[in-house]
Design a protein around this ligand. Structure first.
Ligand code: RB5
Length: 146
C-alpha cells in the first residue's frame, strides 16, 4: 500500500516520524513535504496530497498541521476526499470502519508523536465495513455532486 504524508511547519516532527514508522512497517511512502520548519500555508500541502489520494495514486493520506483542523478543511474540498481530524484512538479507527475516510489529519500541537503513530497504525490497519455505511457515504458523494 502506498501512503501519502504531508505537513505544515506545525507538524514536521510528527510527519517525519510517521513516514519513518510506515517505511519500517513496509509501506511505500510518498512525502509531499514540508521539509523544514519555515512557515508554510497548510492548503499548499493539503491540495496536492489530496489530489493524489483522490486519483488513487496513493491509497491513504496522513496530513499533520498544528491542530489537524486546517488540513482537514482544505483536504475535504477535493472531490472524493473524506478527511478526518482525530486526536484519539476510537475516532481514528471508526473513521475508517464507518466513514471510509481516506485521509487522517493530526494535530502536531495537540498530540504527541507516540500517540500520532498509534492513531496512524489504527487508521491504516482498519478496513471499511461497507453495508449501511456505504449508503451514507453515497449520500455524501451526492452532496459533493450538487
Ligand atoms: C499554523 O500556525 C497553524 O494555523 C496550522 O498549523 C493549523 O493548526 C491550522 O489549522
Amino acid at each position: 500500500m502506498k501512503i501519502a504524508v504531508g505537513c505544515d511547519h506545525g507538524g514536521l516532527e510528527h510527519k517525519n516520524a510517521i513516514a519513518e514508522h510506515l517505511i519500517e512497517r513496509g509501506f511505500e511512502v510518498k512525502d509531499f513535504g514540508t521539509y523544514n520548519t519555515n512557515s508554510i500555508d497548510y492548503p499548499d500541502i493539503a491540495l496536492p496530497l489530496s489530489k493524489a489520494v483522490a486519483a488513487k495514486e496513493c491509497e491513504l493520506g496522513i496530513l499533520v498541521c498544528g491542530t489537524g483542523i486546517g488540513m482537514s478543511l482544505a483536504a475535504n474540498k477535493v472531490k472524493g476526499i473524506r478527511a478526518a481530524a482525530c486526536s484519539e484512538h476510537f475516532s481514528a479507527k471508526y473513521t475508517r470502519l464507518h466513514n471510509n475516510s481516506n485521509i487522517l489529519c493530526l494535530g502536531g500541537r495537540v498530540i504527541g508523536v507516540g500517540t500520532a503513530i498509534e492513531l496512524v497504525d489504527l487508521f491504516v490497519d482498519t478496513v471499511f465495513e461497507g453495508g449501511r455505511h456505504q449508503n451514507r457515504i453515497d449520500k455524501i458523494s451526492a452532496i459533493e455532486a450538487e
